[in-house]
Write a protein that binds this ligand. Sequence first.
Ligand code: SF4
Length: 260
Amino acid sequence: MLNSGAKEKSGVKFSTTKKVIKLVGRAIGDFSLIDDGDRIAVALSGGKDSWSLLYSLLDLRKRAPVNYEICAVTISTNDKDNRLKKMTERLDADGIAYRSIFCDIPSIISNHLSDGSSPCSLCSRIRRGVLYSFASSDGWNKIALGHHMDDFVETLLLNLFFNGSIKCMSPKLAADDGKNVVIRPLVYVREENTAKMAEEMGLPVEACGCIFQTEVDSKRRWVKKLLGQLENEIPNVKNSILSSMGRVFDRHLLKRVAKM
Ligand code: SF4
């Protein structure tokens, strides 16, 4: 599935790509993310994470013991979307099925954002809604999102520090509407490696270009920075935190007695 430019560039440089694909395969096995006959819509934003996810799933499908179908789905937020043009050129070149859905998310956010609330959380709710309705109406039973290990770890710490709860994301989650299942196969993949994979494969990564970028959640940025500092002293800290999410000792947590 590599394009010719990427092949020429590659040589032996594809070690990170192989590593990412292996970790995606491991996550699929560990969390039973894919079943025979699945139709998976991969949310493709044009960033490094979603490109890496898409190409990992396509590569794994060649050797998978089950059959599954994949399409890339992109939400376009303006009708002169140059990012979309570059993305579709690559998808066409590699023969990958895709759909593009228009939704003027910036206007919706501008009209509904209340003081102090984060545009990104509203944005992700809107995007999720658009993807859910597309998947339901077009017969895709799973939606694959490009959240990686760093997202999982940061979300856990954000909830721990600011919400007083132990909660992160799930690699596999049935949506409240009962119709959609969200999967996050990059759970074991570090963010830096999606960037390397995208580079190795010559994927046309486009900057987000969102008008709300300067307002991106300052708490998340702070947690990211904190993790960077912690990694200087504890190099394996992100793996350790991620692994802690799967080793919860219920008996050693605060469990209040239900009042009759
Ligand atoms: S930066 Fe913009 S596009 Fe990205 S999540 Fe936030 S609001 Fe949405």
